[in-house]
Design a protein. Structure first.
Lengths: 415, 183
């Protein structure tokens, strides 16, 4: 089989890769979108059953394409997200090649050599749109968990019925952690949630979806080069939100009301005991203070805009109730805990990338999606160019600018 | 800001160090050391002078000498404070250093920072009187009184951030591997 020549190869047919394709087509650049599985593959294979988007439907907009259904304030189920992205692939006529896994990308004279499960390609530029959440991250002390305790990551978790009866330790309090703790608790199992630094958010604020405020007040549009500590912003856990028809708030107070026990950040497993940080009070306080500042930003914006009359008055949620004496250790050998859910984050997988552009922590070195290798670009990573970068509606501005840069590179205007 | 905030913390040097050490993690490896000598009874003298950091041996300007003993209610001579009190010394001074640094970085002028630190300790643990009681503190409460050009929320944020970046707060709240051996 010969080597196929193309101008640009896009890796990944999720919303980011498809948005890249939209702008490449608009610039008449010949390209393909390589997809290891099907369009929107991680939504099909790596998500739990009850998941809905965190963003309301009116937020679901991609270049030249948006949600136009009857429920703009609702939240899409996983099946609806797949259909939404699938339709976008059709509408933008993206040249997607499904079932084509990229096994290597390396730099060659004048561009890149891409090896896939279906053959070899050579191109001048590559757009990496393979996602930020390819592998679950599990702390190294997971190895010391006694073997009779079942361990599961969100990649393999589908629903509570998969777990053994008995106590469940959910580690991590991002959107994933709080959602799983909530539904596992509802299944009747005792749940302990280990809480490190987290981002608290009410579902609605002053009568509007909190993400309406993020959008309207311009928080989401804040650019990567305006953020003081970009590294930190890129590592921020996802906000404690759930998309539910009743638009409920799922913060730690709500979980405690449902009977979930909070413990501090899980620190280590020693002699069959899980040890938790005694610093729970401070992470709760950090999150409350940060939420207070965010809501103040919204209030100030509302006053500046003169819309105070159109929305209910400012309000502040009840501070997170600090458990009187959270447990510092749990004996894992005594049967109280039967399973552990590691909601401890995800990382991208660049094993196939044979270009030296990763930092010591395995993250791509890039400036707003312009990777540190000529002709190599990235899309769909946290705060790539803006705070909204990883959200579906956040891709349009990023993709337009990154593809603009790519077009300039091909024309010899930038390097 | 019209006036210059000066809490006496060289924030620029700290931020420069943070950037420099990102690229040179080996230089960031420090070893803190103390040496101790038993005197008599439960009285020990501890000396602190040298440490290792930035790739080489370092020294404090002067040696510090600490007496550790136990109070008379412990039937001891009380030549100095109790070892577990030294933990509170470390916690108070570490959090306060953090507050000063964060305030400097955030442009907040401090006028006074005072803390009261209280550790609840059930001594039945160390006496072996009840095996269900732990040896160490059950609870530690730090209460700060801070006078600064800042709102209450900003002061609370200073205190929260100082905990987030505190070595002693971390050492007390998280487990640490400790090896005690005979040379």
């Amino acid at each position: 089989m010969g080597v196929e020549n193309l101008t640009t190869v896009v890796i990944g047919a999720g919303h980011a890769g498809l948005a890249a394709s939209h702008f490449l087509s608009a610039a008449s650049i010949d390209h393909v979108v390589l997809e290891r599985g099907e369009v929107a593959n991680s939504w099909r294979r790596e998500r739990w059953d009850s998941l809905r988007l965190l963003t309301p439907n009116w937020c679901s907009r991609l270049p030249g394409y948006r949600y136009d259904g009857p429920d703009p304030d609702g939240y899409m189920t996983v099946a609806e997200v797949i259909e939404f992205i699938d339709r976008f692939a059709t509408v933008c006529r993206a040249p997607v090649r499904t079932g084509t896994a990229v096994t290597s990308v390396r730099r060659v004279d004048g561009g890149y050599h891409v090896t896939t499960s279906q053959g070899e390609l050579r191109c001048r530029s590559v757009v990496i749109a393979s996602g930020a959440c390819n592998r679950p991250v599990v702390p190294p002390f997971a190895e010391a968990i006694p073997p009779f305790i079942e361990q599961i990551t969100p990649f393999d978790y589908r629903g509570p019925s998969q777990l053994p009866e008995g106590g469940v330790l959910v580690v991590g309090a991002s959107a994933t952690g709080v959602q799983l703790a909530d539904e596992i608790r509802r299944s009747g199992r005792p749940v302990i949630l280990s809480v490190g630094e987290h981002v608290r958010m009410p579902r609605t604020y002053r009568g509007r979806d909190v993400l309406w405020w993020m959008d309207a007040a311009g928080v989401w549009d804040q650019r990567h080069d305006e953020i003081e500590d970009l590294n930190r912003a890129r590592r921020l856990p996802s906000p404690q939100l759930i998309g539910s028809p009743e638009r409920r708030t799922l913060d730690l107070n709500a979980l405690m009301d449902a009977g979930v026990e909070l413990v501090g950040r899980m620190a280590v497993v020693r002699d069959g005991r899980a040890l938790f940080s005694g610093g729970l009070r401070n992470v709760l306080s950090l999150a409350d203070l940060k939420l207070g500042r965010l809501l103040t930003t919204f209030d100030e914006w509302a006053t500046e805009k003169g819309i105070d009359g159109e929305v209910p008055p400012p309000e502040r949620p009840e501070p997170t109730r600090v458990p009187a004496s959270p447990r510092l250790q749990i004996d894992l050998t005594r049967g109280e805990i039967r399973s552990i859910v590691w909601a401890t984050g995800f990382r991208p997988d660049y094993e196939w990338l044979d270009v030296p552009v990763l930092d010591a922590k395995g993250q791509l070195r890039h400036d707003g999606g312009v990777v540190d290798s000529p002709g190599l670009y990235a899309l769909g990573l946290p705060v790539l160019r803006r705070r909204k970068s990883t959200f579906i509606h956040g891709i349009e501005d990023d993709a337009r600018e990154v593809i603009d840069h790519l077009v300039g590179y091909l024309a010899g205007r930038v390097n | 800001m019209t006036t210059t905030v000066d809490n006496g913390v060289n924030v620029k040097a700290l931020l420069d160090a943070r950037e420099a050490l990102k690229a040179a993690p080996e230089a960031a490896q420090f070893k803190w050391r103390v040496t101790s000598t038993w005197n008599r009874g439960v009285h020990t003298t501890v000396r602190v002078k040298d440490f290792f950091g930035l790739g080489q041996e370092q020294s404090h300007k002067t040696e510090s000498v600490f007496q550790a003993d136990h109070p008379e209610v412990f039937a001891a001579d009380d030549n100095g404070i109790t070892p577990i009190e030294y933990l509170l010394v470390g916690l108070a001074s570490c959090l306060t250093a953090g507050i000063a640094s964060v305030a400097q970085n955030r442009g907040i002028q401090l006028r006074s920072v005072e803390a009261t630190v209280e550790g609840s300790h059930d001594i039945r643990g160390i006496l072996g009187a009840d095996s269900d009681v732990r040896n160490g503190y059950n609870d530690i409460t730090v209460t700060f009184r801070i006078d600064a050009d800042a709102s209450r929320e900003e002061i609370e944020a200073l205190v929260a951030q100082s905990q987030k970046r505190s070595a002693v707060f971390d050492a007390l709240t998280n487990p640490t591997n400790v090896t005690v051996q005979v040379a």
